[in-house]
Design a protein around this ligand. Structure first.
Ligand code: ATP
Ligand code: MG
Length: 666
């Protein structure tokens, strides 16, 4: 682990420190006074970390058999948390709220893309989940089986996950946008017995089909799928395989609302979920029950400051992404939240749809991704300005580093310069939030995820595995086990060890580069696979992208290193412009050479070494379905190679557009 000695000159810094940001936004006194998390939380956790987690497990969850052990790491790198306890996830998310007299509280405020709405109370949810659990049982699914879920963002997605958890079946949710091929590989990898899907869902103003992809997936090879349960959402015509296909509404109509949740061991597999694939072939991440739920519920309460009686919470993530697991299904429901679930895209039927939803449901807590914020910046602030957003009191960000200027825009335009923003760093693998400000405690620094949460231990190390300390840059590591940590990669223990535990033997390496600023805040600097080496300087993609986004004309930027004869690698940038700003500059006679202007801007902001060799103005960037930029594909383009695996890309035509633009560029 630690190699001892001082940081020596033999090791070049893992990353250079370019941007500096000192703006600071402390919480208001009123917010701080009422916040769920107070400053003492850090001290309590530091004084007795395992005791702290045991307290959270008891506070946030109801155990059918109390645990006596907290952590067993003797089988490292696979941890066991609360291992002799038993519980049921669906009971914790649903039944106990009804038993506590909150059955009338709304759990889900559903807004379909065409404008249809449904509201489900906790009592409704209990009935639906129980019926679905009985229906799964009738189809022969039982504790320990795997179920693939391939649904749009409709209440049945949450109900299906909870129904699996209720009987102790392990779910594997696959993004509704993925192809038959991707679905087939996930069905076989997890050896699913049942697939839950829908005829289709509404996207971009029209019904799009889902069931045909399932039909096709099941012809691609042998599987052990015995039934396909189909939700009728769009009422499109679907092909039907008698004996295999079953309508959800018919299966549930005959099922009882009485169902006893199956208590499972804390280490029982709750779900498998594949990573988004920004760095390579997606990995099937395995999460278990007790530790995962503990950290989901705890973080959801302290990071978003949820007050279940009064807040209306909305996380815009799809359930096909880990954020949809931890912060749509499990965290909020365990905490008894009222939440919005929206089926569609942000710009259907108009670019203000999200803000219209915030105003309509009086949303108080909004959790979304930087890509969405940057897209709204591109569309212009006159769009949200048309809606009353005054109900908002906490804003969250997840998925990528949020550039400081995007953070400022989010706070000013969406948060009326008043709401705390929590920039939450975590991964599919970590299961729940790890590094984030606490909204009532931390003085927020735009663009930085800042501080490990109470109970979490993280650090930044250099190449030799030594802490870099304040002002230093290097590799982000998690140097103590945490309750919601992954328990492995499904079916591939070697890849589990190689990917996370071999860079620094015995310590979890997250794959991300990071730095400390002079105040000790943690800044995420992008994937270490994406770090550029320009004339011996190791530069982070994030810092150069943030410098580009700090220019008025730029809404979004992606930077990659392309091989270069003189400098080893050169910086190549792809930028999306903010329409209104460029027009203004044009009118003022300034907007003629966008590329020269932006190259100079980067040199001025962070130094000549970071000046991009080329900048390409594009209309779109390649992104995963969860909205992350796929830099490895841009690197392929910049180095004139055929592009790599695009199966998790939201829109594959984007790559053709960019490649043709690049070839046409001077
Ligand atoms: P794959 O592992 O297949 O390449 P992925 O890493 O994109 O996919 P996720 O687990 O969804 O899949 O994403 C986690 C990653 O997202 C983190 O490792 C980090 O790079 C990035 N990330 C998430 N939240 C933040 C944040 N708040 N700030 C900076 N980066 C973030
Ligand atoms: Mg990853």
């Amino acid at each position: 682990m630690l190699l001892g000695g001082t940081v020596t000159d033999q090791h070049s810094p893992a990353l250079e420190n370019l941007l500096s940001e000192t703006r600071s936004f402390p919480p208001s006194a009123e917010f701080a006074a009422r916040a769920n998390a107070q400053p003492e939380l850090y001290e309590r956790a530091a004084a007795d970390r395992l005791g702290f987690w045991a307290d959270q497990a008891r506070n946030y969850l109801t155990w059918s058999k109390p645990f006596t052990e907290v952590l067993d790491f003797s089988g490292a790198p696979t941890a066991r948390w609360f291992a002799d306890g038993q519980l049921n996830a669906a009971y914790n998310a649903v039944d106990r709220h009804v038993e506590a007299g909150h059955g009338d509280r709304v759990a889900i405020l559903f807004e379909g893309e065409p404008g249809d709405t449904r509201s489900l109370t906790y009592a409704d949810l209990k009935d639906e989940v129980s019926r679905a659990a009985n229906a799964l049982g009738a189809l022969g699914v039982s504790t320990g089986d795997r179920v693939a879920i391939y649904l749009p963002m409709i209440p049945e997605a949450v109900i299906a996950m909870l129904a699996c958890a209720r009987i102790g079946a392990t779910h594997s949710v696959v993004f509704g946008g993925f192809s038959a091929e991707a679905l087939f590989s996930r069905i076989t990898d997890a050896d699913a017995k049942l697939v839950i899907t829908a005829d289709g869902g509404y996207r971009r103003g029209k019904p799009s089909a889902l069931k045909p992809a399932v039909d096709e997936a099941l012809t691609k090879g042998a599987t052990n799928v015995t039934n396909v349960l189909v939700v009728a959402r769009t009422e499109q015509d679907v092909a039907w395989t008698d004996g295999r296909d079953v309508w959800w509404h018919e299966a549930l109509a005959g099922a009882s609302t009485e169902h006893t949740p199956v208590p499972v061991d804390a280490e029982h597999p709750l779900f498998i979920l594949y990573t988004s694939g920004t760095t390579g072939k997606p990995k099937g991440i395995l999460h278990t029950t007790g530790g995962y739920l503990t950290q989901c519920a705890y973080t959801h309460s302290v990071v978003f400051d949820l007050k279940p009686e009064t807040d209306v919470y909305w996380c815009t993530a799809d359930v096909g992404w880990v954020t949809g697991h931890s912060y749509v299904t499990y965290g909020p429901l365990i905490n008894g939240a009222t939440q919005v679930l929206y089926e569609g895209t942000p710009d259907t039927p108009h670019k203000g749809r999200w803000w219209e939803i915030v105003a309509k449901y009086q949303v108080t807590i909004l959790y979304t991704a930087p890509t969405a914020i940057r897209t709204c910046m591109k569309w212009g602030e006159q769009v949200p300005a048309e809606f009353d957003l005054s109900s908002l009191r906490v804003l969250g960000s997840v998925g990528e580093p949020i550039n400081p200027e995007a953070w400022m825009w989010y706070r000013r335009v969406i948060g009326a310069d008043r709401t705390p923003i929590v920039d939450t760093w975590w991964q599919t693998e970590t299961g729940a939030i790890m590094i984030s400000p606490l909204p009532g405690v931390t003085a927020a620094r735009p663009g930085s995820a800042q501080t490990p949460l109470p109970g979490i231990s993280a650090d930044i190390w250099n190449d030799a595995g030594e802490p870099v300390g304040k002002g230093g840059g290097g590799y982000l590591v998690l140097d103590e086990p945490w309750p919601s940590m992954l328990r492995g990669i499904w079916g591939d223990p070697e890849r589990f060890k190689d990917t996370y535990w071999s860079r620094f033997p015995g310590t979890y390496f997250a794959g991300d580069g990071a730095k400390y600023d002079e105040d000790g805040n943690i800044w995420l600097l992008g994937r270490v696979d994406d770090v550029m080496n320009v004339s011996g300087h190791r530069l982070s993609t994030t810092e150069i992208e943030s410098a580009l986004v700090s220019h008025d004309w730029v809404a979004e930027a992606a930077v990659v290193g392309a091989s270069d004869d003189t400098t080893g690698q050169a910086v190549v940038a792809f930028v999306i412009l903010r329409g209104e700003a460029v027009e203004r500059a044009d009118e003022a006679g300034e907007g003629h050479d966008v590329v020269a202007e932006l190259r100079n801007h980067v040199a001025k902001e962070i130094g000549p070494i970071a000046k991009p060799r080329s900048i390409l103005v594009v209309a779109e960037l390649p992104k995963t379905r969860s909205g992350k930029i796929m830099r490895r594909l841009l690197r392929d383009v910049a180095e004139h190679r055929p592009v790599g695996d695009v199966t998790t890309l939201a829109d594959t035509s984007v790559m053709d557009l960019i490649s043709s633009g690049l070839n046409a560029a001077p």
